[in-house]
Design a protein around this ligand. Structure first.
Ligand code: HSE
Length: 428
């Protein structure tokens, strides 16, 4: 096929501009690799007048992304606006309804409406591709849907929010508190417009839900992801964890268990010498485990113009070549509804609490843990500050529910100040 593949691109922020640049700079290479020219026909963004550092005058301009999506001179609608409601959703639906394939980087849209959109696309014989939505430049969707398609996947894990990994690793290297490093990340432009998407774990939770759907053949279920952000992680926790040979990561884990599908995006301790433990700065890492392949570790830039645009191009080039893969790796109507696991796989936990220094305090804490069947593996009492001592406990494997009962009993003993911190120690 030598007909050009005609694109309409909605959203000319960092990623959109990156896509336009690659298509302009590598036109010959892309045509050779796919056998047909890749042509931008029309673009759409909020402000036409803004200088974006790339020539746009060759392309038709649409103020309204829905009008762009409906144009009959495009084959593929490339949605790079973001947001899970409003224009992005309307324009994606309009594109599918008027016969286009869709390439998107929009994890929020797919985490909320991915199943409906996939059904809509597949009923009409179209594809939705979203490599750029998960872990930026890392080809993780392609790995799951193609490279590892001959495996039953047992577990998907990963650090999928570069901003959180930047904050946590920078706290460790600088010794600065969370608030200072958060402000630094803000100054560097790392934070989403709504920072809670990053530090609240929501952005990474969207990504995990999408990977879980492909990995386990289940309908995407973002609401079932247990989410916890990094806002409560103190420099003390980072330092104490390091002293015990661990690093703290905002870690996503999805696995199919006898209790249902477990999906969590929570701060966890991981061994410092593991690949995940060694991940520094704004980088992402995804770990995939399959019955035949064993463990695969993918590492790379999770955001930014070049890496994210590279992932968008991968989807566009597949469509140009005629590679048509179902949105979630198998037809949407064959996806299962796997019930969400109501409890998490037992694990050891790190607990930090501020203990009032008086006779019998530690005994009350130990008794509360024992009453819930939580067994202590290691215990360390730090220097006293005033009439309090920091106590660090590492438990043997325990169920989170039992630990939570113990922690509320501990809070009610009157011998601790504040709320104890409890972080899971993940086997990676
Ligand atoms: N804000 C994300 C991150 C990138 O920091 O990794 C977009 O999902």
């Amino acid at each position: 096929m030598t007909e050009p593949l005609r694109l309409g691109i909605a959203g000319l922020g960092t990623v959109g501009v990156g896509v336009v640049k690659i298509i302009r700079q590598k036109a010959n290479l892309l045509a050779m690799r796919t056998g047909r020219p890749i042509e931008i026909v029309a673009v759409s963004a909020r402000s036409q007048g803004k200088d974006r550092g790339v020539a746009l005058s060759d392309y038709a301009w649409e103020d309204d992304p829905v009008a762009l999506a409906k144009r009959d001179d495009i084959d593929v609608f490339v949605e790079l606006m973001g947001g899970h409601e409003g224009a992005a959703k309307d324009a994606t639906e309009a594109a599918l309804a008027t016969g286009k394939d869709v390439v998107t980087a929009n994890k929020a849209l797919l985490a909320h409406y991915g199943h409906e959109l996939a059904l809509m696309a597949e009923d009409a014989g179209h594809v939705i591709r979203f490599e750029a939505a998960v872990a930026g430049g890392i080809p993780v969707i392609k790995s799951l849907t193609e490279g590892l398609a001959g495996n039953d996947i047992s577990r998907v894990m990963g650090v999928m929010n570069g901003t959180c990994n930047y904050i946590l690793t920078r706290m460790q290297s600088s010794g600065l508190p969370y608030e200072d490093v958060f402000a630094e990340a803000d100054k560097l432009g790392y934070l989403e417009a709504d920072p809670n998407l990053d530090v609240g774990g929501i952005d990474a939770g969207h990504k995990l839900a999408l990977l879980a759907s492909i990995a386990f053949g289940s309908k995407v279920n973002f609401d079932a992801v247990a989410l916890e952000g990094i806002g409560q992680i103190s420099i003390q926790d980072i330092t104490l964890a390091a002293g015990m040979g661990y690093r703290i990561k905002l870690l996503g884990v999805a696995q199919k268990t006898g209790r249902g599908l477990e999906q969590r995006m929570t701060p966890c301790l991981v061994p410092e010498h593991s690949p995940l433990g060694q991940l520094e700065g704004g980088t992402n890492m995804v770990v995939l485990e399959g019955d035949n392949v064993g463990q695969i570790v993918l590492r790379g830039a999770g955001a930014g113009e070049g890496p994210t645009a590279s992932a968008v191009l991968s989807d566009i080039l597949d469509i140009a070549r005629g590679t048509r893969i179902s949105t979630f790796g198998q037809p949407a109507k064959t996806l299962d509804t796997i019930p969400a696991a109501q409890s998490q796989t037992p694990a050891p936990f790190y607990i930090r609490l501020s203990l009032i220094d008086k006779p019998g305090s530690l005994a009350k804490v130990a008794a509360a843990l024992g009453n819930s069947g939580v067994s202590i593996d290691r215990l360390r009492q730090q220097d006293h500050s005033g009439d309090h001592a920091q106590v660090i406990i590492v438990t043997h494997k325990t169920a989170r529910q039992e630990l939570d009962i113990a922690l509320s009993e501990i809070e009610n003993t009157g011998v601790v100040s504040g709320t104890p911190v409890a972080l899971r120690i993940e086997t990676v």
